[in-house]
Write a protein that binds this ligand. Structure first.
Ligand code: CUA
Length: 172
């Protein structure tokens, strides 16, 4: 069988394309470090997640920000229809901040506007996300997962304070 030169060329080109697609998909799924929320951990009861007696002050809204080391902080936020609690969070600049998020009802998300900080917030599970804060400033955060009538009202404010002005509100 004789294969025409053009046909050979297009065969080779389409093979290359297929290999290219496989490479980009592979890179996108393993190369960028993007992962689904770990579902191998113990689940929690979304209905009682804000219960102080069960989970302590972190998700009950009493204290959201904890210092865990030099320039290291943990932040605990509960998403629920249609607020984040707390809705305003202050963390210092030039720090490593780990957000711990869970939902008290349905699936929400936590997306810091203008940054790549973004995670789904799933009832029964705690999503964690670590970010480096750089310049002081104010950032909005929103829910980017449709969660009901007032989904568009779900927002909050992340205040990154200059390091020397930052004070912990409360000591644990
Ligand atoms: Cu919560 Cu959309």
């Amino acid at each position: 069988m004789k294969i025409h030169t053009y046909e050979k060329f297009w065969l080779a080109a389409s093979m290359l394309l297929i290999v290219g697609f496989i490479l980009t998909v592979t890179y996108g799924s393993v190369g960028l470090g993007i992962a689904m929320i770990n579902d191998s951990e113990e689940t929690i009861d979304p209905g009682t997640v804000t219960d102080h007696d069960k989970f302590g002050p972190a998700f009950s809204g009493e204290q959201a920000v904890y210092q865990t080391g030099e320039d290291e902080y943990d932040v605990y936020i509960v998403a629920m229809q249609f607020i984040f609690r707390p809705g305003e969070i202050e963390v210092p600049a030039d720090s490593t901040v780990t957000f711990h998020l869970t939902s008290a009802d349905v699936i929400h998300s936590f997306s810091v506007v203008g940054t790549n900080a973004n995670t789904m917030v799933i009832p029964g599970e705690i999503s964690t996300m670590t970010v480096e804060t750089e310049e002081p400033g104010e950032y909005g955060f929103i829910c980017s997962e449709y969660c009901g009538d007032a989904h568009h009202d779900m927002e909050g404010k992340l205040i990154v304070t200059p390091e020397d002005e930052f004070e912990m509100e409360d000591d644990q």
